[in-house]
Design a protein around this ligand. Structure first.
Ligand code: PLP
Length: 390
């Protein structure tokens, strides 16, 4: 029987708001609700809180506060970066890679199909890595932007972003990275990475949903994204989401305080899970790079099963994970990420993503490990095509 509190292993999809973050946000709903653009006392207090949050996020990624623009989340930050750069001048070529989140890929396709842009999608290897030489070859005189994600959300592979950004810079091309899966998870310094634009989403680092940020290196000029009032340096009009920004700032500060220790803890939890799975269940494959990866994601396929069937069985026991095979809409399409990494359709359909976070415990991993062997055994028994490989 499922316990009342599920074992939540889907932290790459979203995370619980940390109690400290919630407490930091609380006054800005009913008590200090003034518009931060106003000049009276409570408006100034709200405005000060937004600026403090900007400093907190900036500190986490080695940026200056003036380089942080608040948005409604990772999707908006990606859209802003790509559309603003591609629409600002005569250069219309965008380079990205095959395993990006749809918040980048769909924008790239839109720009290519409806806004006079041109799109090159770089392949990845079997671990999900982009080859820097492929980028070198793909850059053209009309390339405006390279957008390569910092870490992939399905398999956790970390791209060689510093090296890729250096190649773009040598050729005078701007570099954007979708760092939605890495900010607050691993140390990031935008100066060391040498990037121009970086996307953040609060709900992946124990902050609230519906708020994010775009880092813009000093000297990079982006066009206004929303027209209207003068908020966010006149680039994104609209009353600022004060509780959201405060929540993102508090989440950034919290993440920064325990960054390395949390990373080690999550890495150990994932290795415990993988060690237990591979020790108890035969014919299982792990996807993504074994070392170049963020700590919290484990993506595996149990041969002879469908990922969605495994998930439903786990859910019956109160264990929540994600299918690596289906897109978010549940259409049953094979994951574009696993396909680009060269997995067979059967392996891709069998994939499951477990992702751990702040609230995951070793005891929860033990409970998953004791449930999984019988689930996989049962599903294999039900599969008429399953024969134990020699
Ligand atoms: N980029 C990546 C890599 C993601 O994992 C996600 C969320 O799943 C997004 C972008 C979208 O972020 P948001 O949900 O804040 O719009």
């Amino acid at each position: 029987m499922p316990s009342d509190t599920p074992i939540y292993l889907d932290h790459a999809a979203t995370t619980p708001v940390a109690p400290e973050v919630f407490e930091a946000m609380r006054p800005f709903f009913c008590e200090c609700y003034a518009n931060p653009a106003t000049l009276y006392h409570s408006g100034r207090r709200a405005g000060d809180a937004v600026e403090a949050a900007r400093r907190q996020l900036a500190a986490l990624i080695g940026a200056g506060p003036g380089q942080i623009l608040f948005t409604s989340g990772g999707t908006e930050s990606d859209n802003w970066a790509l559309k603003a750069v591609l629409c600002r001048g005569p250069k219309k070529h965008l380079i990205t890679c095959a395993i990006e989140h749809q918040a980048v890929l769909a924008v790239g396709r839109f720009l290519a199909e409806q806004a006079g842009g041109d799109l090159t999608v770089l392949p990845v290897d079997g671990h999900g890595l982009v080859d820097p030489d492929e980028l070198r070859r793909a850059i053209r005189p009309d390339t405006a932007l390279v957008s390569i994600m910092h870490a992939n959300n399905e398999v956790g592979t970390l791209e060689p972003v510093a090296e890729l950004a250096a190649i773009a810079r040598e050729r005078g091309v701007l570099f954007h990275t979708d760092a939605v899966q890495t900010v607050g998870k691993i140390p990031i310094d935008v100066r060391q990475l040498g990037i121009d634009l970086l996307s953040v989403s609060a709900h992946k680092l124990n902050g609230p949903k519906g708020v994010g940020a775009l880092y813009v290196r000093q000297g990079v000029r982006l066009g206004a994204w929303q027209h209207g009032g003068r908020q966010e340096s006149q680039l994104r009009a609209g009353t600022v989401n004060v509780p959201g920004a405060v929540g993102l700032g508090a989440a950034a500060e919290l993440a920064g305080r325990n960054l390395e220790a949390n990373g080690r803890r999550e890495w150990a939890l994932v290795e415990k899970l993988w060690g237990g799975i591979s020790g108890r269940i035969a014919h299982v494959r792990r996807h993504g790079h074994p070392a170049k990866r963020i700590p919290g994601i484990l993506n595996v396929s149990f041969d002879g099963t469908e990922g969605e069937a495994v998930l439903l069985q786990l859910d019956n026991l109160g264990i929540e994970a994600a299918a690596g095979s289906a897109c978010a809409s549940g259409s049953g399409d094979i994951s574009h990420v696993l396909k680009a990494m060269g997995l067979s359709p059967n392996s891709a359909r069998a994939a499951i993503r477990f992702s751990v976070g702040r609230t995951t415990t070793g005891d929860q991993i033990d409970r998953v490990l004791s449930a999984l062997p019988s689930i996989i055994g049962r599903l294999r028994d039900l599969n008429p095509l399953w024969k134990t490989p020699e």
